[in-house]
Unconditional design. Structure first.
Length: 406
């Protein structure tokens, strides 16, 4: 099969890498660090299957446009992508499907929002309704910070129109888990679970980011836990979507929190997680292309993905001042040496090119995945490779997968 991956980050590099084991792959627009990158728009590419990586083109209806042109597409249409495009709508669907989630309210008026904050205990969670590149969530014990978030979101100062409606949620605590479900519109299969690290600094210090690292498998996420999630969250959600006339063919990414009173769904995303994809897909031992093509065609037909018994750990290397004001344009050293470490794959995210050299071109620049028989060896390999890479101001966490949640 010829497969076209749409997107330009580390997730798309990992998708292309794993699809490339069995298929010919082109990536649009990709980046100079991803082999097979072309700058032809997806609508002008001839491929047997299109896999759309990021949320923005999905919310914008790219899957609909490609399907209207007769293409086989893995990724929801704009109707289903609204699950990620509007947190308020996602909450509505979760409640309708009977899925256990944090109590919440939706607001576009300051006084009512602040009054609702007063009903919260000691952990305040404020989220933009619309897309904010993973940065529109404030989780804080400081009421003043929550009030600031409410004001700056609603005024449009912080995230423009994405914040003019916001969601305030009950603050939950516990370990988190990401499960990526491959959906064919009616049914779904889960990929191996992963855990990501959202905060910038070691020990979960600092601001929320798009994700600073991940590992898979997660000891906490036994087969029974995942089966239960599929039965109590993913399938009821697909049913609720169908009742609204939405045929959801793509990834449903469930972000879960293990609270003392049981698992709750924190959020759905409509795409593969980044950097979860960089640890989940390398462990796949079956053909990713046929799985995604079957889902895209509307019938998984009993295909069950299989994974190796080992582990994968990925460490994100980010540019100076990520996530606030990432500095770009720095030459990247040591990429080839890092990629040569046994069991390591280096995925290019925010990577550009200048004078024939790869340079930093975004906040999250590289994700470095190590694989091994267990998490310790996978972690050792990932960090050995990271130690060979450098550019001025490069930052990364040193505690990814140091203590897997069991
Ligand atoms: P989201 O984009 O909704 O997944 O939120 C990003 C991150 O914020 C999550 O991965 C959690 O770490 C944290 N978070 C989101 N919602 C809550 C909540 N209700 N309680 C505590 N933490 C949360
Ligand atoms: N790693 C979190 C996300 O992809 O949203």
């Amino acid at each position: 099969m010829r497969v076209c991956v749409v997107g330009s980050g580390g997730r798309e590099h990992a998708l292309a890498h794993v699809l490339g084991r069995h298929h010919e792959v082109v990536v649009t627009p990709g980046n100079p660090g991803i082999p097979g990158s072309v700058d032809t728009p997806p609508t002008e590419i001839d491929a047997d299957l299109f896999v759309i990586g990021p949320e923005a083109p999905l919310v914008d209806g790219l899957a609909d446009r490609l399907r209207a042109a007769g293409r086989l597409v893995f990724g929801p249409g704009a109707d289903g992508a609204r699950l990620e495009g509007s947190k308020a709508w996602m909450k509505e669907v979760l409640v309708e499907a009977g899925v256990s989630t944090a109590a919440h309210g939706t607001f576009s008026d300051e006084a009512t929002a602040l009054a609702f904050l007063d009903t919260m205990d000691d952990l305040f969670v404020v989220k933009t309704d619309g897309l904010a590149a993973g940065k529109g969530v404030v989780v804080t014990t400081d009421r003043a910070e929550a009030v600031d978030a409410v004001r700056s979101y609603l005024s449009g100062d912080a995230f423009g129109d994405a914040g003019r409606t916001l969601v305030i949620e009950e603050g939950l605590t516990g370990p988190e888990l990401s499960v990526l479900a491959i959906c064919d519109g009616h049914d779904a299969v889960a990929l191996a679970p992963a855990q990501d690290f959202k905060r910038l600094g070691d020990g979960d210090a600092g601001p929320n980011t798009g994700g600073m690292g991940a590992y898979s498998p997660v000891p906490l996420a036994t087969g029974a836990v995942v089966d239960d999630l599929m039965d109590t969250a993913v399938r009821p959600t697909l049913t609720a979507l169908r009742a609204r006339g939405i045929d959801y063919r793509g990834v449903l990414y469930c972000g879960l929190m293990y609270t003392p009173t049981g698992p709750r769904v924190l959020e759905y995303n409509v795409r593969f997680g980044d950097p979860e994809t960089q640890v989940v897909l390398p462990r796949l031992t079956s053909d990713l292309g046929s799985l995604l093509a079957a889902a895209a065609a509307g019938d998984l037909g009993g295909i069950a993905p299989t994974f190796d018994d080992g582990a994968a750990v990925t460490v994100v290397c980010a540019s100076e001042d990520y996530p606030l004001a990432p500095r770009t344009g720095d030459p990247i050293d040591g990429l080839a040496e890092a990629g040569a470490v046994d069991g390591v794959s280096v995925f290019a995210a925010g990577v550009g090119q200048r004078d024939g050299r790869l340079v930093t071109a975004g906040g999250r620049v590289l994700t470095v995945t190590g694989q091994g028989p267990g998490v310790d060896e996978a972690r050792r390999r990932a960090y050995q490779a990271v130690s060979l890479i450098s550019w001025p101001g490069m930052q990364y966490r040193t505690d990814i997968a140091a203590e897997p949640t069991g």
